[in-house]
Design a protein around this ligand. Structure first.
Ligand code: XLS
Ligand code: NI
Ligand code: NI
Length: 436
């Protein structure tokens, strides 16, 4: 069955194309800095926003028109696999991502859920073999079902901790079955509503216990995906434990998880935390923890996770600089954790939105590569920190100085300190010249 008979395979047609169903910047085979765009960008499509999101919001019913509903939840789930791979193939997306509950109905028992997952992952495995499309990451949804009202690993209820462990075990079995390259933990309800009734130390110790069980099980079954934690500061809980990259890194280091865990960073989560997206990538990169990204953007006027498709070229350019500085994002990728607006309810909006996202990241990649080719930012930084290249600065960098020697130096130097203007407005204006 073909679900999108009116949509052909999306082709690169160049900037002058008037065809809305064409890429104008994403040219998968174009080589930039020695790699194709497809290899640089490693685009993935998210099952939840593309296949299960219905357009409802707290004030309104579903709006999305979707052609895949069947007679039973399992039939719908099977149809979704067909439709999803049609979308992946037509967009030429090399990867996909999903939560367990996105792909298969939960049923009434854990056994039933597992058996539904087996049926659907058999189908997905066939589709993967047929198309060559790969699994970037999967994850367990440990936040939607009412049993997770007080969290999963951080729940006060040990039965919930055990249930979460079972879902993670199944998630890793699925990851092995489908050759998942990464496995994500987003702390859905791992946080708190009130400190009055919360034992923060116990909750965080338990989350780490669950992660260590995952590492041990991966070793046992001989499957080692890159484990990733996805920070977010708030939503659904008032205060999420994995607030941002820096907080999550402190957790990773405290519990000695750094050999197995990196970060999956999301645009809208960064801005909710009061950071830019590139800030979060920089923090991860300089700590050797940049694992993967969830591509989306928020709305500066709204204080919640709107998960909009990325259309801001300024942001994607700065993000792509970080990815290039990191020597790439593999085995991670760029996952469109993005959803169409409630008013974009037509089935073909799924294509138009992803085309917008792909093109915005492709523009970011081209701009970032041009900035690097001109050494625009690296020269500027080298000049700004030049005082550490020679003299006293070089000695400081070589750890040859101490408080006493520097006091002696400063007494001699006196007030003869000159700082230079940053001319930052000029820098920002010049940066605009690189936006593709
Ligand atoms: C929610 C998160 C979620 C994770 C996967 O805000 O972004 O979608 O990416 O659980
Ligand atoms: Ni996400
Ligand atoms: Ni999100």
């Amino acid at each position: 069955m073909v679900y999108f008979p009116n949509v052909e395979k999306i082709q690169y047609e160049g900037v002058d194309s008037q065809n809305p169903f064409a890429f104008r910047h994403y040219n998968p085979e174009e080589v930039i800095e020695g790699k194709t765009m497809k290899e640089h960008l490693r685009f993935a499509i998210a099952y939840w926003h593309t296949m299960t999101q219905d357009g409802s919001d707290p004030f309104g019913n579903p709006t999305n028109q979707r052609p895949w509903f069947g007679e039973t939840p399992l039939e719908t789930a099977k149809n979704r696999v067909e439709a999803f791979f049609e979308i992946l193939v037509k967009l030429d997306a090399p990867y996909f991502c999903f939560h367990d509950i996105d792909i298969a109905p939960e049923g009434d028992t854990l056994e039933e859920f597992f058996s539904n997952l087996d049926i659907i992952t058999d189908l997905i495995k066939e589709k993967m073999a047929e198309t060559g499309i790969k699994l970037l990451w999967n994850t367990a949804n440990l936040f939607s079902n009412p049993r997770f009202v007080n969290g999963a690993g951080s729940s006060n209820n040990a039965d919930v901790f055990a249930y979460s462990a079972a879902q993670i075990k199944k998630g890793l079995d699925i990851s092995k079955k489908l050759g998942g390259e990464n496995y994500v933990f987003w702390g859905g309800r791992e946080g708190y509503e009130s400190l009055l009734n919360t034992d923060m130390a116990l909750e965080q110790d338990n989350i780490a216990r669950l992660f260590k069980m995952a590492i041990a099980y991966g070793e046992k079954i001989g499957h080692k995906p890159q484990f990733l934690i996805e920070p977010k500061p708030k939503e659904p809980t008032k205060h999420q434990y994995d607030f941002d990259a820096a907080t999550t890194l402190a957790f990773i280091l405290k519990y000695n998880l750094q050999d197995d865990f990196k970060l999956n960073l999301e645009g809208n989560h960064a801005t909710l935390a009061g950071h830019t997206f590139e800030h979060e990538l920089t923090v991860a990169r300089i700590n050797d923890a940049l694992g993967s990204i969830d591509a989306n953007q928020g709305d500066v006027l709204l204080g919640w996770d709107t998960d909009e498709f990325p259309t801001n070229v300024f942001d994607t350019t700065l993000v792509m600089i970080e990815i290039l500085e990191n020597n790439g994002i593999a085995p991670g990728g760029i996952n469109f954790d993005s959803k169409v607006r409630r008013s974009s309810f037509a089935p073909e909006d799924l294509f138009l939105a992803h085309i917008a996202g792909f093109d915005t990241y492709a523009r970011g990649l081209k701009g970032a590569a041009a900035i690097r080719a001109d050494k625009f930012l690296s020269d500027l930084k080298a000049k700004r920190y030049a005082s550490y290249e020679t003299g006293i600065g070089a000695n400081i960098m070589a750890d040859k100085e101490d408080l006493e020697s520097l006091t002696e130096y400063s007494l001699k130097n006196g007030a003869a300190i000159t700082n230079e203007s940053s001319h930052i407005e000029l820098v920002k204006s010049h940066l605009n010249d690189y936006l593709v």
